[in-house]
Design a binder for this molecule. Structure first.
Ligand SMILES: Cc1cc2nc3c(=O)[nH]c(=O)nc-3n(C[C@H](O)[C@H](O)[C@H](O)COP(=O)(O)O)c2cc1C
Length: 187
């Protein structure tokens, strides 16, 4: 990877793969001289708090892992970024992003970035076949693509599995890193 000193806003939600974001995304980007600022949904925040990952991520990135919104009058604890990456994105967070529901800090940031159109937004929906059969799912995907989100989604990158049929399935981390890299370079 090339050292271009980019900054990634990594937004994680409560689904498979969240436990590996430090090893698979944060450390590789830091190793190439980038900065990474992590924001989590409230549920994802409880998961990584309980596992001790939030503290480790905070230590190596130098930024607080954001879960709660700032108080009025407080400064944002995160820098401006070259790219947002919603990885992994739960079906719930994808649906809310598509509808513009900003009811937590992670979605507030993501919705604003998508609507603003200035900063690329990469999304990896970590979903199964049942999530994708939910009646509104396809319109969410279509809407996000139309809004300019870079969706890492489809049979070539993530063939859908039935629920509980693929425990511990690895995310396509290499592809995810490459797409974040390309998006940050564009900005
Ligand atoms: C152990 C566990 C694993 C889960 N894995 C997934 C998953 O891979 N994909 C998904 O869309 N939802 C998954 N869920 C469900 C989400 O955690 C749930 O919809 C939650 O409300 C998502 O919240 P968030 O989008 O605010 O993070 C999982 C739940 C649990 C308890």
């Amino acid at each position: 990877m090339i050292n271009t000193g980019k900054t990634v806003g990594l937004i994680g939600s409560a689904c498979g793969g969240l436990e590996s974001i430090r090893q698979e995304l944060v450390q590789p980007f830091l190793a190439q001289g980038w900065s990474v600022a992590v924001t989590l949904t409230p549920t994802a925040g409880t998961w990584l708090e309980a596992s001790g990952e939030s503290r480790k991520i905070q230590e190596i990135t130098g930024f607080p892992v954001r879960v709660a919104p700032r108080m009025p009058g407080q400064q944002s604890p995160h820098p401006t970024v070259d790219c947002y990456a919603l990885v992994p994105a739960s079906a719930n967070t994808v649906a809310k992003l598509a509808l513009g529901i900003a009811d937590n800090q992670a979605l507030t940031t993501a919705c604003e970035a998508l609507g603003g159109g200035y900063v690329p937004v990469v999304v990896f929906p970590r979903v199964n076949a049942a999530h994708a059969r939910q009646p509104a799912w396809n319109s969410h995907i279509t809407g996000l693509r139309r809004a300019g989100a870079d969706l890492i989604y489809g049979d070539d990158v993530w063939p859908l599995h039935e629920p509980r049929s693929a425990p511990g399935r690895q995310l396509p981390w290499q592809t995810i890193r490459e797409r974040i890299q390309a998006a940050a370079q564009r900005s």
